[in-house]
Design a protein around this ligand. Structure first.
Ligand code: 1GP
Length: 276
């Protein structure tokens, strides 16, 4: 999985779709994932900040993989959310939490299961920025202030020096304000590992700003929740973000080629120009 992400990152930013298994039944989740795959999303993240029942997580992952063909990365809110049907798990520590549970406790509980299932771990430092939403509250977070670049950089460097291979700046799912581009730029300038940004990226303009500021991977969840035509909504959104994502959309929506995993390196310049 990490190899898949890094290979795609060489061609431009990635988009991941977050699906919370608690918000719909597994069949509906699978249809959303299929539409996200058609629209050009690179992988599906499954998880949420409230403790889902393990069976629902498992069934959701299984159907998503079967229906969409996209890789599934677990985004666990706790140790119970581990599934044998996922390709990998964000092995994350909520670094600005005040709770030992979210720093290391849940991870200690879940590690033996991860070993047993032979799940690939993607070590990630998870940092919650104002407003923070549910994850800020549930995760007992000392929120990073939106204008406090020094603190954000210090946390991001801490993640990198610990050997974590991704940093995630999270404003909270459904946030009314996403992570400010200035904060993204500051963090990106300080670290050498891929930067994930999510929370409140409701418009393509906001996501574009995040990418321009240095986000390597953007995550959206709320954008496709309760939407009737996920394929079109997400396709239109991704088409506006970057040339490499435009190529993904072109391959899927225009060519009708939902085959995965995606290979943006195979899309030639002519394709991109034709739809610029
Ligand atoms: C939450 O960053 C993700 O962890 C997605 O946020 O639901 O606001 O897109 P949204």
């Amino acid at each position: 999985m990490e190899e898949y992400l890094n290979r795609h990152l060489r061609h431009g930013p990635l988009h991941l779709t977050l699906i919370d298994p608690d918000r719909q039944d597994p069949k509906e989740a699978a249809l959303m994932a299929k539409a996200a795959a058609d629209a050009g999303s690179h992988a599906i993240m499954v998880g949420g900040s409230t403790p889902e029942r393990a069976r629902i997580v498992d069934k959701t992952c299984k159907l998503i993989k079967k229906e969409s063909g996209l890789p599934v990365i677990l985004f666990p809110g706790g140790a119970s959310q581990v599934s044998t049907h996922a390709d990998a798990i964000w092995w994350m520590s909520l670094l600005n939490s005040r709770s030992r549970d979210f720093l290391v406790g849940e991870q200690v509980k879940g590690a033996p299961t991860v070993k047993k299932l032979d799940l690939e771990t993607l070590p990630m430092g998870y940092l919650v920025v104002e407003p923070g939403g549910t994850v800020g509250r549930v995760g007992q977070v000392d929120l990073i202030k939106r204008d406090d670049e020094a603190t954000a950089i210090a946390y991001a460097l801490t993640a990198q020096y610990f050997g974590m291979r991704f940093v995630y700046l999270e404003a909270g799912s459904g946030a009314d304000r996403p992570v400010p581009p200035k904060l993204i730029r500051a963090v990106k300038g300080a670290i050498d590992i891929p930067l994930i940004v999510g929370g409140g990226l409701k418009t393509a303009a906001q996501a574009h700003e995040a990418i321009e500021a240095g986000a390597d991977i953007i995550v959206t969840g709320t954008l496709v929740e309760g939407v009737t035509d996920v394929r079109k909504t997400l396709g239109d959104y991704l088409f506006q973000l970057s040339e490499s994502l435009r190529r993904e959309v072109r391959r899927t929506l225009v060519e009708g080629d939902p085959e995965t995993p995606r290979r943006p390196e195979q899309a030639d310049d002519e394709d991109a120009e034709a739809h610029a």
